[in-house]
Design a protein. Structure first.
Ligand code: PRP
Ligand code: ZN
Length: 283
């Protein structure tokens, strides 16, 4: 049995459970208890506040955790970051009321900055020779300037919507963050085997992200041109069709270049092009 700590509610909760489902681990989540159990894998899920996750994994009460790099930076917990998970992208940024005359970082000298990330902020201020007062607030940091509690804030920015709706502007991004899988140091051997299975499946799920499977018919004479257009894991699969002089070509294409590739393929005579979703890529 291996125990994974995930966020009980908030920005990472849904994506964490979605990733688990994608790798064939389904949690009986009906009652949303403190501790859940997978029906199809020897795994328990511990639901925690995200700022508690690094410390709980460091202490060994959970073997693994899914948490933002922002929380690891703040807690300085001794854990291994084993995978970046490609969701929960955000940054920790300094923001000021849009009405102030912001001249540059020296503006922060003598000011009060509200944050839930005092340790990351203090380190940044020190490294940059800025002398400001750090006021720790657990939540709703964005209202601190309007409430007269602080002159500026240092907080998570994702879409930027919270800043806009509170009349704040981001002036400096200090730390880029995303969700990562963390593991406790010195994980016992039998749990390490389970972790390896989880990593193998996670890599297959991550590898399929942003990729499509493309299938088309092409005059056999144009195959060399098609091969030049199609980078793939090995080379594309080419099979003869029943119709003389035609072949079927299939390959994996990255979503970012999908339309460009499809248009180029049409240009060399491809027909009946099918673009299919890719669920897993297992290397
Ligand atoms: C963070 C942050 C902002 C918001 C920013 O809070 O404190 O309130 O997200 O996101 P946006 O740029 O997309 O508007 P979070 O939802 O993590 O909850 P918390 O304040 O309880 O930590
Ligand atoms: Zn918030």
């Amino acid at each position: 049995m291996i125990r994974l700590a995930i966020q009980s509610k908030g920005r990472l909760n849904e994506d964490s459970l979605r990733l688990l489902r994608e790798i064939g681990i389904n949690i009986d989540d009906a009652k949303r208890k403190f501790l859940g159990k997978a029906s199809d894998f020897p795994l328990e899920v511990l639901y925690l506040r995200d700022d508690d996750i690094p410390g709980v994994v460091e202490g060994g009460a959970a073997d693994l955790g899914i948490v933002g790099l922002n929380e690891i930076a703040e807690t300085c917990a001794e854990v291994d970051v084993v995978r970046k998970l490609g969701f929960g992208q955000c940054r920790l940024s300094l923001a000021v009321p849009k009405t102030v005359d912001y001249t540059g970082e020296e503006w922060f000298n003598g000011k009060i900055i509200a944050t839930s990330y005092p340790s990351v902020l203090k380190k940044y201020l020190k490294e940059n020779g800025i002398s400001a007062t750090v006021r720790e607030i657990k939540g709703s940091v964005e209202i601190a300037p309007a409430a007269g509690i602080a002159d500026a804030i240092f907080d998570i920015v994702s879409s930027g919507g919270t800043l806009v709706s509170n009349g704040l502007v981001e002036v400096k991004s200090v730390l880029e963050s995303e969700a990562v899988l963390i593991c406790r140091k010195d994980i016992p051997a039998e749990k390490k085997t389970l972790l390896d299975t989880i990593l193998f499946r996670t890599d297959a799920a991550l590898e399929s992200q942003g990729k499509k499977y493309v299938l088309m018919n092409l005059p056999t004479a144009r195959i060399p041109e098609a091969l030049a257009l199609l980078p793939s894991m090995r080379s594309p699969t080419v099979m003869p069709l029943a119709a003389e002089g035609w072949s079927s070509v299939s390959t994996v294409v990255s979503e970012s270049s999908l339309w460009q590739t499809v248009e180029a393929l049409k240009g060399i005579g491809a027909e009946g092009i099918l673009v299919l979703n890719l669920d897993k890529v297992i290397d």
